[in-house]
Design a protein around this ligand. Structure first.
Ligand code: PLP
Length: 395
C-alpha cells in the first residue's frame, strides 16, 4: 500500500514568508503609529478611472472577457508606452498580456522562462517579493550586490555573476527606478548593460513599474534597445494610484508572449473585465494630468532627504520611485532590524529594515522609508524620527 502522507509542497513551505509583510505585522499592534512602510500612493485613483470602471459595471462588463486583455486595451498599452517613453519596438497587441498587477506578471514570466533550477540574476537590494516568486516558480535567484556601485548594476558585475554561477543562467531581473533605492539609469548606462545582456544571451525582465515617477530625468526603456530578448513589465498601481485595481502589463517578443498567455490563462484567466474599462481610461490620460502628483512626490522626497540628513543618516537623493534607502547614523550602533523595531515601539514610526530587500550583510545598516503616503503623515513621521534619534543621543 502506498503510504499516505499529508506533506505539502516544499517549494512553498521552504520559502521564507515575505520579510516585509512579516515585519509589518509585527509592528501593527503599536498604538499611534505613523507608517512610512508601504509603497502605497497617498492619492486616490483618478476620477476618470473611477467613472469608466463604474460605467463598465453598468454596461455589464461582468462576464468572462478576453484572457489576454481586450484588444483595445492592449493597443492602448502600446500607444501609452510609445507616447510616454518612445518605446516603439513592441508593435503588435498580440505581444501584450494584461495581468493582475506586476505581481502576477512576474510569477507568470518566471514560470514561462525558467526551467526548474535555472538561475536568474537579481541586482540586490531588490523588491522582496521577487525572491519568493522565483522560488515558487522553482527558479534560483542569483543576487548581485550593487551596494559598492551606487546601487547600480554594471556590465562587469553581470559577466562576473554569469561566470561564477553554478547553475545555467537564463535571465536577469532588472528594476528601475528601483525599489528600495530609487536609483534609475541613464541611456548610456542602459546601452552598456544591454550589450552585456546580449553577450550573455540573457532574457531581460525589466520591471519599470515606477517609470512615470521620475524627478527631472526622463525614463528610457531597455526594451527599445534589445526587444528580442526583453520582457517589459509595467502597470498602473504606482503611476495612477491604482494599487487595488490590480493592473499590470507585459510586452514581450512574440515567441514569449505566445507561451505567457497560456500561463496567465491557467493562473487567473483574466483580471475583472470592468477593470479593463478603468485601465483604458487611465492609459488615455495625458502626462500633464499626473504632473501635480509627481511634483508632490518630488517635494516629499526633498523634505525626507533633508530631514534624514539632518538627523545623521547617509542618504542619496534618488531620481525616481518613492523610497529612500537610508544608512543609519554612524553613532547608532545597531542593525536596521533592531533600529526599526525600537523606532516603532519607542518612536511610533514604522519603517522597513534594509535586510528585507537584500541577501547581503551590508544592507543590515539600512532602513527603507517610503514617502509615497500622505504628506502630513510624512512630515510628522520625519519629525518623530529626528526626535527619537536626538533622545537616544542624549541618553
Ligand atoms: N514591482 C516592484 C518593484 C514593486 O515595488 C511593487 C510594489 O511595491 C510591485 C512590483 C507590485 O506591483 P503590483 O501592484 O502591480 O503588483
Amino acid at each position: 500500500m502506498v503510504q499516505h502522507s499529508r506533506s505539502l509542497n516544499p517549494s512553498v513551505t521552504e520559502i521564507p514568508a515575505d520579510k516585509i509583510l512579516g515585519f509589518q505585522a509585527s509592528i501593527q499592534s503599536v498604538p499611534d503609529m505613523v507608517y512610512l512602510t508601504l509603497g502605497e500612493p497617498g492619492f486616490d485613483a483618478p476620477n476618470v478611472v473611477k467613472e469608466a470602471t463604474v460605467q463598465g459595471i453598468r454596461a455589464n462588463h461582468s462576464h468572462y472577457g478576453n484572457s489576454q486583455g481586450n484588444p483595445e486595451l492592449r493597443q492602448a498599452v502600446i500607444d501609452y508606452l510609445a507616447d510616454r517613453y518612445r518605446l516603439t519596438t513592441y508593435k503588435d497587441p498580440n505581444q501584450v498580456v494584461i495581468t493582475a498587477g506586476v505581481s502576477e506578471a512576474m510569477y507568470a514570466i518566471f514560470k514561462t522562462v525558467l526551467s526548474s533550477g535555472d538561475g536568474i540574476l537579481v541586482p540586490d537590494p531588490a523588491y522582496g517579493s521577487y525572491f519568493s516568486s522565483i522560488a515558487l516558480a522553482d527558479g534560483k535567484a542569483l543576487p548581485i550586490d550593487t551596494s559598492l556601485s551606487g546601487f547600480k548594476l554594471t556590465p562587469e558585475a553581470i559577466h562576473k555573476a554569469v561566470k561564477a554561477a553554478s547553475v545555467p543562467v537564463k535571465a536577469v531581473l532588472f528594476n528601475y527606478p528601483n525599489n528600495p533605492t530609487g536609483v534609475t539609469y541613464s541611456y548610456e548606462e542602459l546601452s552598456a548593460l544591454a550589450q552585456a545582456f546580449e553577450e550573455e544571451q540573457l532574457w531581460v525582465i525589466s520591471d519599470e513599474i515606477y517609470s512615470e515617477l521620475t524627478y527631472g530625468k526622463a525614463h528610457f526603456s531597455i526594451g527599445q534597445l534589445i526587444p528580442d530578448q526583453t520582457l517589459v513589465v509595467n502597470g498602473l498601481s504606482k503611476s495612477h494610484a491604482m494599487t487595488g485595481y490590480r493592473v499590470g502589463f507585459i510586452l514581450a517578443p512574440q515567441v514569449v508572449a505566445d507561451q505567457l498567455k497560456k500561463v496567465h490563462a491557467s493562473l487567473i484567466y483574466s483580471i475583472p473585465t470592468f477593470v479593463y474599462d478603468g485601465a483604458l481610461a487611465a492609459l488615455k490620460m495625458q502626462k500633464e494630468e499626473l504632473n501635480d502628483m509627481i511634483k508632490s512626490y518630488e517635494a516629499r522626497r526633498n523634505m525626507a532627504v533633508d530631514a534624514l540628513k539632518e538627523a545623521g543618516f547617509h542618504v542619496l537623493s534618488p531620481d525616481g520611485a518613492f523610497y529612500l534607502f537610508a544608512k543609519l547614523p554612524v553613532d547608532i550602533k545597531e542593525d536596521g532590524w533592531t533600529f526599526a523595531e525600537k523606532l516603532a515601539k519607542e518612536g511610533h514610526v514604522g519603517v522597513i529594515p534594509g535586510e528585507a530587500f537584500s541577501q547581503f550583510e551590508g544592507a543590515k545598516d539600512y532602513i527603507r522609508i517610503s514617502y509615497a503616503g500622505d504628506q502630513e503623515q510624512l512630515k510628522e513621521g520625519l519629525e518623530r524620527i529626528s526626535d527619537y534619534i536626538e533622545k537616544r543621543r542624549a541618553n
